[in-house]
Design a protein around this ligand. Structure first.
Ligand code: NAP
Length: 247
């Protein structure tokens, strides 16, 4: 049985990924932070099509909540085979003069520490070193890790740089134990994250600068994530797929 956890599965890229993985036969844990209604909607959409899903409220930046989430998944869905580390945050667009320690630490806690904690718990379940069956991890980074997000949120971009390095290091560390670790780096995708940055229509403002001259859909990112987790990608680890319209 294939069992997946999608962190931040209630909205945006996570939502599209949870729905696609369910279509592909996974039992899916839909993690969220605040928006219980959105998470339940995703679960309802999945169960209406005859697949199994549960919503789990947990802050990925909180170690105890992460451990409790993995315990619940093991109990209700079975041993985890796939982790999509997707939940991520950014704050209002700003140059460095206005970045506070509090803000930077908050971004790092969710986007970096949260990813580490979920990887740690997933490895404990999946690793053949611990009697597991192996599995797959996909980290959702960002084109910002390459581009730096100047004038917008270099704190966020730097957190995604850490996600890239986490992917490389962990992929090498757990390759002998049956776990593949890969990464997707979306560019401008139509989701609500841009409203968190203070500019809901950011994708439409910037899309003309892209070689493909359009924003991307969450479903287009979900396809790459699902492929990286699938047996079709059985020899792929430590790899990065850029989904950024050519930039
Ligand atoms: P989004 O629409 O803003 O959704 C964010 C999701 O993360 C929500 O499900 C939210 O839960 C959840 N979340 C936030 N903080 C959390 C926490 N501490 N613990 C658990 N869940 C938490 O974001 P998105 O655009 O789909 O982004 C998903 C990932 O893609 C992020 O890592 C982001 O950095 C990356 N990305 C996005 C773009 C883009 O253009 N959209 C580009 C590059 C990379 P609630 O619903 O409960 O709030």
């Amino acid at each position: 049985m294939k069992v997946a956890l999608v962190t931040g599965g209630s909205r945006g890229i996570g939502r599209a990924t949870a729905i696609l993985l369910a279509e592909q036969g996974y039992r899916v844990a839909v993690n969220y932070l605040n928006n219980a209604q959105a998470a339940q909607k995703v679960v309802n959409e999945i169960t209406a099509r005859g697949s199994q899903a549960i919503a789990i409220q947990a802050d990925i930046a909180d170690e105890q909540q992460v451990v409790a989430m993995f315990t619940q998944i093991a109990r209700e869905l079975g041993p985890l085979t796939a982790l999509v580390n997707n939940a991520g945050i950014l704050f209002t667009q700003s140059t460095i003069e206005n970045l506070t320690a509090e803000r930077i630490n908050q971004v790092m806690s969710t986007n970096v520490t949260g990813y580490f904690l979920c990887c740690r718990e997933a490895v404990k379940v999946m690793s053949k070193k611990h009697g597991g069956q192996g599995g797959g991890i996909v980290n959702v980074s960002s084109a910002a890790s390459r581009l730096g997000a100047p004038g917008e949120y270099i704190d966020y971009a730097a957190s995604k740089g850490a996600v890239d390095t986490l992917t490389t290091g962990l992929s090498l560390e757990v390759a002998p134990y049956g776990i593949r670790v890969n990464c997707v780096r979306p560019g401008l995708i139509y989701t609500e994250i841009h409203a968190s940055g203070g500019e809901p229509d950011r994708v439409d403002r910037l899309k003309a600068n892209l070689p493909m001259q359009r924003g991307g859909e969450p479903e287009e990112v979900a396809e790459a994530i699902a492929w990286l987790l699938s047996d079709s990608a059985s020899y792929v680890t430590g790899s990065f797929i850029d989904l950024a319209g050519g930039r």
